[in-house]
Design a binder for this molecule. Structure first.
Ligand SMILES: C[S@@+](CC[C@H](N)C(=O)[O-])C[C@H]1O[C@@H](n2cnc3c(N)ncnc32)[C@H](O)[C@@H]1O
Length: 172
C-alpha cells in the first residue's frame, strides 16, 4: 500500500488516513516523506487512537484523532492525499464516507483506497455485509457519485488467481 501511495503522490505535504488503526501506514509514509508537514490518522475506535498515540518514538508530524469517515472534522481541501486501508468495508455509510474523503481533498489531490474487492466476493455482501460494496464496479459507482474521477484499480494481494485486496486510485 505504501508503494502504491508513494507512486501515486510522491511528495504529499498533508496526508489523511481514514480508519488508520494504530497508524502503521502513516508511520511507513512518515519515514519515507521527509518533506511532509503532517500525517493525520482518524479512527472511529477510541482504543486504536489511544494505542497509536502511545507508540514509542512517534514521528511528531503524525497525529491521531477519533472521528468517523462519515463525519471528518477538518475544513474542506485540507489534504493533498487521503488514504484508507481495509477500513471502507466497515463504514456504516460508504457513500457519505467517500463524499467526506472528496471534501477533504484539494483540487489536485488523490485518494488511495484499499480493501477487499473482487467480483467473486459479491455473494458475501448478501448476508453478512448487506448494503456494503465489495466489487470494483459497485465501488466505482460510489466513488463517482461521491465526486471522484479517473479511477485506476490495482491489485495488492491475491488469493491464488483471485484478487482479494485491491486499491483504487482516484482524483477529485
Ligand atoms: C481492519 S482495521 C484497519 C486499520 C488500519 N487501516 C490498518 O491497515 O492497519 C479497520 C479500522 O477501521 C476503523 N473504522 C471502522 N469504521 C470506521 C468509520 N466509520 N470511520 C473511521 N474508522 C472506522 C476501525 O476502528 C479499525 O481501526
Amino acid at each position: 500500500m505504501a508503494k502504491v501511495v508513494l507512486a501515486t503522490t510522491p511528495a504529499p505535504l498533508r496526508t489523511l488516513d481514514v480508519g488508520c488503526g494504530t497508524g502503521a501506514l502513516l508511520r511507513l509514509l512518515a519515514a519515507r516523506l521527509p518533506g511532509a508537514v503532517e500525517l493525520v490518522g482518524v479512527d472511529a475506535a477510541r482504543g486504536m487512537v489511544a494505542a497509536g498515540r502511545s507508540l514509542p518514538d512517534l514521528d511528531p508530524r503524525i497525529q491521531f484523532i477519533q472521528a468517523t469517515a462519515e463525519r471528518l472534522p477538518f475544513r474542506e481541501a485540507s489534504f493533498d492525499l487521503v488514504v484508507s486501508t481495509t477500513s471502507f468495508d466497515h463504514w456504516a455509510d460508504q457513500l457519505q464516507g467517500l463524499k467526506e474523503c472528496a471534501r477533504m481533498l484539494r483540487d489536485d489531490g488523490r485518494l488511495v483506497l484499499a480493501d477487499l474487492f473482487g467480483d467473486w466476493l459479491a455473494p458475501t455482501t448478501v448476508l453478512g455485509r448487506r448494503g456494503r460494496t465489495r466489487t470494483t464496479r459497485q465501488a466505482s459507482r460510489l466513488l463517482i457519485a461521491a465526486g471522484f474521477r479517473d479511477l485506476r484499480w490495482q491489485r495488492l494481494y491475491n488469493l491464488g488467481p483471485l484478487p482479494l485486496v485491491q486499491a483504487v486510485i482516484a482524483a477529485r
